[in-house]
Design a protein around this ligand. Structure first.
Ligand code: NAG
Ligand code: NAG
Ligand code: NAG
Ligand code: NAG
Ligand code: NAG
Ligand code: NAG
Ligand code: NAG
Ligand code: NAG
Ligand code: NAG
Ligand code: NAG
Ligand code: NAG
Ligand code: NAG
Length: 559
């Protein structure tokens, strides 16, 4: 689909365009109903979002409305299992695990302009003037990327308005709101800056390693204010910036500002990664607390994360990332075998923590995962230096959550390790990992055989720091969901996201500790997780999503 040159610039992509005045729709793609999906495949995650068919990348437009309904849009090529022909797909959820597919929200304006990544906000006070009669008007802000003659052309910033709460959009007649001739200018993320009562946009001058900060009173007129340039890791491009106010536990101030910048290609482990900085933001300028780059996830499948708009800065923030890597995302076996590619990460609760020695760390833990527990499979509050062996072949979802707490450790002499393995009783394939109580955590996907690619590296590790402030506790938790595994260590101070592809389903879990001090306690629980997609499927296993369009009005079926 895409030429290599196009792909290099297409990472966080999605362009948009004048859908309102366009008659162009990709042949065969339904405009008035969600695309139906077959979610029964062996690789299909059960509590993670994946698209009904074809190719997905970055999360876009994430906002939570006044009723607590979460809207997730996403970079979507509904015509192939590789990137290209980018639209905004759409899904909604109340619990962030059970997703109702909605029809495509933003359409390509013509056959050479694509809707790349961006964000959405609720204009509750009608600052834009688009919503005189409602408090739930939604404005999407996105990049339109033109490829005249199949070569990269200008990337401009555009807006579209929704009068029905985010289901259907109309392009603003005076687009673009930020014009440009650059082929490397994209991914606007907008937030409301309460102290200054104005909007703020961060976006990437991707090849200049600059994050631009713009302000606006009305979402239509934007003024450049400052740039954050050449910070941290560069790779070859900056993409998908986020700026979000976030609680700072035990910090010198109640909240701080988090600037997250995704990098692709050129991450230290190869391909795509996200780095973050904490600092102060005064409405126009971001000032990091220190000059260190910190990385949000220690494995290879976590990119372009976005934070939901609409959560006050004093409350834990909630994010979702794309759980893949541009180095191999267009080759993974879900394409040929099941007709779809890419999943989102679990929803994450995030806050900053004053971490011993390293200053601050972005804590990341699954959002209220107990909402999708179906059954407790094992619980042992004093496992000691032994292990649990669990046959979970009868768990239809194939999805599990586990957590282990090692408590009453000596603050100074913590020793021992806790390991886990998920294996197939049929083929013997497995993924495995573990954590050493005062330091390293590791993951290994190298013993699964359905995908081989030089960039699909096997092993990942991160080093945590155990200290007196950990109160004698070391924890690890994780979710396995058919073809994706996520792990959270030491209260979420480290997290790792790893996809894997086995030829047979994994159905056997072993988790065990060794070398833990006799006066410490090891407590382990394992829960089966819901098959959220099966609950939404018809008798043939087809998930149709919100096919009645009951929530919609206005220009239904059109942007
Ligand atoms: C759904 O996908 C599964 C696995 O790929 C396949 O076996 C099944 O036939 C498909 N169902 C339909 C209705 O196409
Ligand atoms: C786009 O549409 C134009 C005009 O209909 C057509 O000439 C051209 O071949 C199309 N290009 C692609 C890539 O489909
Ligand atoms: C809406 O208006 C209220 C009252 O002036 C103000 O406190 C709030 O920050 C505004 N919020 C947005 C998103 O415009
Ligand atoms: C808002 O309501 C007024 C009064 O009912 C009506 O005249 C106007 O057309 C409405 N505006 C929009 C944009 O719907
Ligand atoms: C930010 O950087 C871009 C790209 O290097 C440059 O064009 C722009 O003028 C800069 N803006 C500000 C406010 O310095
Ligand atoms: C973080 O906590 C340590 C104690 O663990 C304290 O010494 C340090 O001042 C704190 N840092 C900040 C920035 O508050
Ligand atoms: C924000 O910080 C910049 C850089 O320090 C400064 O020039 C500007 O005046 C500050 N703005 C406000 C509102 O304090
Ligand atoms: C646990 O035992 C070790 C020696 O094995 C000792 O150093 C440590 O202080 C003990 N911890 C507690 C909390 O009693
Ligand atoms: C440390 O653990 C003890 C015992 O579980 C508990 O009472 C105390 O609140 C904990 N302190 C912190 C700071 O978590
Ligand atoms: C955990 O795995 C490591 C690395 O393979 C190994 O050294 C250690 O013995 C294992 N511990 C347990 C409890 O299996
Ligand atoms: C682990 O610790 C957390 C926090 O104290 C607690 O809520 C949870 O129930 C514990 N889990 C297990 C398996 O002991
Ligand atoms: C399931 O598929 C069969 C065979 O194609 C079809 O006759 C039936 O209507 C389908 N059922 C549903 C609920 O779509």
């Amino acid at each position: 689909m895409l030429s290599v040159a196009r792909l290099l610039t297409a990472v966080c992509l999605v362009g948009d365009v004048l859908a309102q005045t366009s008659t162009y729709f990709s042949p065969g793609v339904p405009t008035d109903t969600p695309i139906a999906g077959n979610y029964t495949g062996a690789y299909r995650p059960r509590v993670h979002f994946s698209p009904p068919t074809e190719f997905m990348n970055d999360p876009n437009g994430m906002f939570v409305n006044a009723d607590g309904l979460y809207h997730l849009y996403y970079q979507y090529d509904p015509t192939a299992t590789v990137a290209g022909n980018q639209h905004w797909g759409h899904a909604t959820s109340k619990d962030l695990y059970t997703w109702e597919n909605q029809k495509i929200a933003l359409w390509t304006p013509n056959n050479y302009t694509f809707v790349f990544s961006g964000s959405a906000v609720v204009d509750v006070n009608n600052t834009s003037g688009f919503f005189p009669n409602q408090t739930n008007g939604v404005v999407a802000i996105y990049t339109l990327a033109q490829y005249p003659n199949n070569a990269p052309g200008p990337q401009t910033q555009n807006i579209a308005t929704s009068h029905d709460g985010g289901y259907t959009f109309d392009a603003y007649a005076s687009n673009p709101v930020i014009d440009s001739t650059s082929t490397q200018f994209r991914d606007p993320k907008v937030l409301w800056y309460e102290p200054g009562q104005h909007w703020v946009m961060v976006l990437a001058f991707a090849a200049d390693f600059s994050i631009g900060i713009y302000t606006s009173p009305n979402l239509k007129d934007w003024t450049p204010q400052s740039n954050v340039t050449n910070v941290g890791l560069l790779g070859l491009q900056y993409e998908c910036p986020n700026l979000v106010e976030i609680p700072w536990e035990d910090g010198p101030q109640e909240t701080a500002w988090l600037l997250a910048i995704s990098i692709n290609p050129g991450a230290p482990l190869g391909g795509s990664i996200t780095q973050y900085f904490a600092g102060d933001f005064n409405g126009t300028h971001f000032e990091p607390f220190d000059r260190a780059a910190r990385i949000a996830d220690f494995a290879k499948d976590n990119y372009a994360g976005q934070w939901f708009s609409g959560i006050p800065g004093t409350e834990s923030q909630v994010s979702i990332a794309w759980a893949s890597n541009w180095q191999y995302t267009q080759q993974v076996p879900t394409g040929p075998t099941e007709g779809w590619r890419s999943q989102m990460s679990l929803p994450r609760v995030n806050y900053l923590k004053n971490a011993t020695r390293i200053g601050y760390v972005l804590v990341s833990e699954p959002y209220n995962i107990s909402a999708v527990y179906t059954e407790e499979l094992a619980y042992n509050s004093s496992l000691g230096n032994s292990s649990i062996l669990l046959d979970y072949s009868s768990v239809e979802s194939g999805a599990l959550y586990f957590e282990a707490n090692i408590t009453s450790l000596s603050p100074t002499t913590a020793v021992g390790a806790l390991n886990f393995t998920f294996s197939s009783s049929i083929s013997g394939e497995y993924i495995t990992g573990g954590t050493v109580v005062n330091g390293d955590t590791w993951l290994d996907r190298g013993h699964t055989n359905a995908f081989d690619n030089p960039f699909f590296t096997n092993k990942f590790s991160a080093t945590g720091l155990y200290s007196g402030s950990d109160n004698g506790t070391w924890t690890i938790s994780g979710v396995i969901d058919r073809s994706i595994f996520e792990v959270f260590v030491n209260g979420g101070e480290q997290s790792g996201t790893m996809t894997f592809y086995a030829t047979q389903p994994l159905d056997t879990m072993r988790i065990g500790a060794a070398g833990i001090a006799a006066n410490a306690t090891v407590s382990v629980g394992v829960w089966a997780l819901a098959d959220t997609w099966a609950a939404l499927a018809d008798a043939n296993g087809t998930v149709r999503g919100n096919a009645t369009g009951s929530v919609s009005n206005g220009t239904y079926g059109r942007m």
